[in-house]
Design a binder for this molecule. Structure first.
Ligand code: HEM
Ligand code: HEM
Length: 162
């Protein structure tokens, strides 16, 4: 299948929708943190509005991550402007981002569903790993756009921008 010249409108909308949802998860996790810690101590986890919101937002991220992979499979993605090692690393980071977007909701659901402190810890470590990959991803996008003058950020703003 020939590679498309850029990302489609749907791919761009999905990228930024997931970005916003992930920011929300990082801004508002005190409610679920406290409910989880208190629940483990008390021997019973209790649902509350912040817990349900964290669960719903996380579930939506999981659904949208699969939707993105489905669109990616069906339509393809544009070729990376750089070649060689930079392209390989970019692909590795993209796949890792998808992996963490899927593992986070899964470990979160196991932590809550099984009242598992261990799964909670793995969930917490994954949030740090996500931050690390996003940091590399954004730094690489800025480097490619401004230093290498590839204009790559336009790809995630304008549909079909090469
Ligand atoms: C991609 C989706 C998700 C993201 C980005 C995310 C993010 C976070 C963050 C940033 C924390 C705070 C960690 C810390 O204290 O440093 C957290 C805690 C937690 N999340 Fe999620 N979460 C997601 C999905 C879910 C889902 C679907 C559930 C299922 C109920 C869940 C359950 C929990 C629990 C139980 C905690 C408390 C863990 C603990 O204190 O050890 N999360 N989450
Ligand atoms: C939560 C934060 C973010 C996540 C999880 C994320 C995830 C991803 C993923 C998985 C891809 C690959 C899409 C594919 O080819 O299937 C991608 C591409 C891209 N992202 Fe992000 N992203 C985030 C934030 C950002 C930010 C803040 C920027 C702005 C600098 C950005 C700019 C881009 C660009 C320009 C591409 C296209 C790269 C290319 O064509 O090779 N992303 N993002």
């Amino acid at each position: 299948m020939a590679k498309p010249s850029g990302y489609s409108r749907v791919q761009i909308q999905l990228h930024w929708a997931v970005f916003v949802l992930i920011v929300l998860q990082f801004l508002f996790h005190d409610g679920i943190d406290n409910a989880f810690d208190r629940g483990l101590d008390a021997g019973a986890l209790t649902l509350s509005v912040p817990v349900i919101l964290h669960f719903a937002t996380g579930g939506l991220i999981l659904l949208l991550a699969f939707a993105r992979l489905a669109v990616r499979q069906a339509r393809g993605v544009p070729d990376h402007p750089a070649g060689g090692v930079q392209k390989t690393v970019a692909h590795l980071v993209h796949y890792s981002l998808y992996g963490v977007m899927i593992l986070l909701p899964v470990t979160g659901a196991v932590a809550w569903g099984q009242a598992s402190e261990g799964a909670g810890e793995v969930h917490e470590i994954l949030t740090k790993i996500l931050l690390m990959f996003v940091g590399v991803h954004v730094a690489a996008a800025l480097f490619s756009h401004y230093v290498q003058k590839s204009g790559i950020i336009r790809r995630m703003l304008d549909p079909d921008s090469p």
